[in-house]
Design a protein around this ligand. Structure first.
Ligand code: NAP
Length: 229
């Protein structure tokens, strides 16, 4: 049994991670922006799932979560919350919503590092501790698909940040991992995507279970295959 903190747990992949992890007996700290409105999350087993508020792009909100959780050991931190950024036509080669790009970076790139920094002590106190970030194939430099400039660059940047962090946190026994969840049928992925949130979450959990500090700093697909950087 592990203690797992998940961001963006009110819907999509995050909700499904909370559902599957709690069903197998893990303790889940399920974080979302608006707990009162998180209807599906609030239906999960209250003996296993505690719902907490966090706006990952807001330093004060993350600090409030930390003061609420105190020194409670965390075995797995899953940075799942993410944003697609401005409308596609406003994050393209010749047109960019620069404020929207900054917001996208705040949520997809800076927030995962802020979460790991804030809960570093909690992770160090955990068992086989892991800091996992749900990234995207769209952040891979190898993928030559010139769309969604803000989103793709924010995921490429978080890949680099987490890769660097993996080297530094190994000495604390904390593994750092990046996972592409697949193209998933959620509000972000759309109804025409390849796989369900259930399939994606099951794959992610299996990948996370297999991660250790010996295999830190890797970029995986949801099905356990390695992903090109
Ligand atoms: N779906 C796909 O095909 C796909 C593919 C590759 C990568 N991903 C990645 O997978 C992760 C989960 O995506 P999803 O498909 O489950 O999308 P989703 O259904 O749109 O859910 C996104 C989650 O992130 C939360 N969030 C957004 N901004 C936030 C903020 N500032 N503070 C706190 N929470 C915030 C949302 O909360 P609210 O409900 O309050 O907005 C929601 O819980 C994301 O990192 C995404 O980039 C998804």
């Amino acid at each position: 049994m592990s203690t797992v903190l998940i961001t963006g747990a009110n819907k999509g992949i995050g909700l499904e991670l909370a559902r599957q992890l709690s069903a197998r007996g893990d303790d889940v700290i399920a974080c979302c922006r608006n707990p009162a409105a998180a209807t599906d999350l609030n239906k999960l087993d209250k003996a296993r799932v505690v719902v907490k508020e966090v706006h990952v792009g807001d330093a004060d909100s993350v600090a409030k979560l930390k003061s609420d959780l105190g020194d409670r050991p965390i075995d797995v931190l899953i940075n799942n919350a993410g944003a697609a950024g401005p409308a596609p036509q406003n994050q393209s080669a010749l047109q960019m919503d620069y404020d929207g790009w900054m917001d996208t970076f705040a949520i997809n790139t800076m927030a995962p590092l802020r979460m790991v920094q804030t809960f570093h002590g909690n992770l160090k106190a955990g068992t086989n501790a892991k800091a996992v970030t749900i990234t995207s194939q769209m952040g891979a430099l190898d993928l030559n698909m010139p769309v969604m400039y803000a989103y793709c660059s924010s995921k490429a940047a978080v890949n680099k940040v987490m890769r660097m962090l993996s080297t530094e946190l190994a000495k604390d026994g904390v593994a750092v991992t990046l996972i592409h969840p697949g193209w998933v049928k959620t509000d972000m992925g759309g109804a025409g995507a390849d796989i369900t949130a259930q399939e994606s979450a099951a794959g992610i959990i299996s990948v996370v279970d297999g991660v250790s500090v010996e295999s830190t700093g890797r970029f995986y697909k949801w099905n356990g295959e390695g992903h090109a950087w």
